[in-house]
Write a protein that binds this ligand. Sequence first.
Ligand code: FES
Length: 121
Amino acid sequence: MATHSVVDADELAPGDHLVVELEGKEIGVYNIDGDYYAYTNWCAHQSGPVCEGPTSGFLEAEFDRDQMETTTEYVREGEIVACPWHGWEFDLVTGECHSKPGVQLISHDVDVEDGEIHVTV
Ligand code: FES
């Protein structure tokens, strides 16, 4: 494993991401509310370029049995990525797949040193 400087931290604003090539692998680097995450640009379904997919949030629903009402709230904007090939969705904070429980993105350690984002691959 080796650690690589990929970009100045102030060039990757909250909500942004980029895909870089490190040691022959494409790596998606995300800034989610000031925390950084890095994943191999590879989907466990059929090897699609997951980090090139759109990000979004999701709806949380709560059902009140007594009132027979469902309330929904859109939460976690920008924290979910959908693979552009068949739409499997992954949590960018945990790497967990929401479409297929037990499946994970391949994650990499990310640090910020001297204003630069470093990823270990
Ligand atoms: S390759 Fe990603 S959803 Fe199919």
